[in-house]
Ligand binder design. Structure first.
Ligand code: HEC
Length: 213
């Protein structure tokens, strides 16, 4: 019992000492308080709508870059943004996917697609898109879709765009990392990979068939 009271007394003294020196949050001091952890109360950031000397116009909040279109305002889709199949992969005014890539498919676009695919998709789907990327080898992901799968090969271009943008099932979306043009470039390159694997002999011009056998 004696020890218990000694402990309580000790605890009370300790609390008094701590409070006496450190004070409570919100206590006013004459001198700036000693801050061991600053609790993120003060941060080196610009608060909105306050004057700031960093920018020439003296404002902390900068106007949007000319031509900026809001994708969404709150929960409501923006009509200007939605009206373009290029932004959504969906035919405007419908719920149907666009069947084919809505931007001109050029050699430059394919080259860009290859580069972007190799950065963003290859680690999981593999260089040839068969689903055997490094993440499978090291055991980080057990099942990665084989993009030569009949079902996936038959998806409309707009739906592939959507999968890249928003993700699907276990795959996360890459819309935040890959801009709209690059997503179409990747779709174009993916189509080229699928063609290289899935095309039939009948699709080769008759004159060239013999050289393939
Ligand atoms: C971190 C690993 C990872 C990355 C990176 C990744 N994917 Fe996937 N992807 C997956 C997995 C896992 C699935 C299977 C998802 C499921 O069905 O659960 C998948 C599925 C898919 C599908 C099939 C969707 C369907 O309808 O079944 C497509 C198409 C696809 N990915 C394309 C891409 C493209 C293009 C990229 C690059 C922009 C990419 N993925 C990047 C892991 C990844």
């Amino acid at each position: 019992m004696r020890y218990f009271f000694a402990f309580l007394l000790g605890l009370a003294l300790l609390s008094l000492t701590v409070f006496g020196i450190a004070g409570r949050r919100g206590t006013d001091f004459r001198k700036p308080p000693l801050e061991i952890f600053d609790d993120m109360v003060r941060q080196d950031k610009l608060r909105p709508q306050v004057p700031n000397a960093f920018f020439n116009d003296g404002r902390s909040s900068q106007p949007h870059v000319a031509g900026t279109i809001a994708q969404r305002i709150g929960n409501v889709n923006n009509d200007t943004w939605q009206a373009s199949a290029k932004n959504t992969g969906i035919k405007p005014g419908s719920t149907n996917w666009v069947e084919t890539i809505p931007v001109p498919v050029t050699t430059a676009l394919l080259a860009r697609g290859r580069e972007r695919y190799n950065i963003s998709c290859l680690p999981c789907h593999g260089a040839s898109a068969d689903g055997n990327g490094i993440t499978k080898k090291i055991g980080a992901m057990a099942v990665v879709a084989n993009l030569h799968d009949q079902r996936i090969a038959k998806l409309p271009d707009g739906e592939l765009f959507q999968v890249i943008s928003q993700g699907r099932n276990l795959m996360q979306g890459y819309g935040a990392n890959i801009d709209v043009n690059d997503r179409w470039a990747i779709v174009a390159y993916l189509r080229a990979l699928q063609r290289a694997r899935l095309a039939t002999l009948e699709e080769v011009p008759a004159a060239d068939r013999a050289s393939l056998k």
